[in-house]
Design a protein around this ligand. Structure first.
Ligand SMILES: O=C(O)CCC(=O)C(=O)O
Ligand SMILES: [Fe+2]
Length: 274
């Protein structure tokens, strides 16, 4: 494949993605697994080379105007609120989620964002950290690699993710706010722990952890059992985070209905799923 390779993209002195057999690689994976076990989250600072970060920031800045915005009142579970629970129950706590997503097809095929996303060593590394035999770069033409754009004053409210894990990299830091906050394992497969979730929604801070993410930091995160949010950016600068989607099923792709709902448009490849 043409374009920058592993050593050009990543700070391989610190993150030796090119040498899977090395002790340094094994130590790095062990570190990531331990953090993920303890915290459902690991941050690998300054993951990419400075010139690579700058190139991705420029691509992101050039495309952020094309973001598709959705504005919805959602509970933390993205579910229909039931009638038979009290008003302050987490299932009834609707918050306005407003953010923009830049579609994958906006990014040039020979650009740096795609070179990073399609790098096989990164995909292998993510699989190793998350204890997956194999992962694949998602082939959805719109959803494979996106920029999440958060405007000042807009919170990405408390929620649990539906996907098993997220791989992301902050590209643009707002002037203030835009802080990633999370409460690991607040719920389990067996216990929703609505009392604790309600307390966090009501402002309980003791269990809340915060991340001081910097542009270029790689974040691996298991958000299914971890309540999390991104606070509203303040000042004049948007927050941009790059979302890289890796999947277990290489053939998986969004349905036309899902694409329509998310992107307001359907790609010919989505049509083939119906
Ligand atoms: O933009 C981020 O850093 C994460 C947003 C998030 O929680 C999500 O996309 O589910
Ligand atoms: Fe999330």
């Amino acid at each position: 494949m043409s374009g920058p390779g592993t050593e050009a993209l990543f700070d391989t002195g610190r993150y030796c993605l090119h040498d899977r057999m090395s002790t340094a690689y094994r130590d790095l994976v062990a570190h990531a697994r331990e953090e993920l076990r303890d915290d459902n989250c690991v941050v690998l600072p300054d993951f990419v080379r400075t010139s690579v970060l700058q190139a991705m920031q420029a691509e992101s800045a050039a495309k952020s105007d094309t973001a598709t915005y959705t504005e919805k009142w959602l509970n933390p579970y993205f579910s229909e609120p039931p009638d038979d629970v009290p008003e302050n129950h987490p299932l009834k706590r609707m918050a306005l989620r407003c953010h923009g997503m830049v579609r994958a097809d906006r990014f040039a095929h020979d650009g740096t964002i795609r070179a990073l996303f399609n790098n096989a060593d990164l995909c292998r590394f993510v699989a190793d950290c998350l204890d997956h035999e194999t992962l694949h770069a998602y082939r959805d033409p719109y959803g494979c690699v996106n920029i999440n754009v958060q405007k000042p004053g807009r919170e990405f409210s408390w929620h649990f993710d539906h996907n098993e894990f997220t791989v992301s990299m902050l590209l643009r830091e707002p002037e203030g706010g835009g802080i990633f906050e999370y409460v690991p394992d607040i719920r389990t497969r067996e216990d929703e722990n609505f009392e604790a979730v309600r307390a966090v929604l009501d402002g309980e801070r003791e269990s809340v952890r915060t991340l001081a993410l910097k542009p270029g930091d790689l974040q691996l995160f298991r958000g299914g059992y971890t309540l999390h949010r991104v606070t509203a950016p303040t000042g004049n600068r948007d927050r941009h985070s790059l979302l890289l989607s890796y999947v277990t099923d290489p053939d998986h792709i969004a349905t036309p209905e899902y694409a329509e709902r998310l992107w307001g448009e359907v790609h010919p490849l989505h049509q083939q799923t119906s």
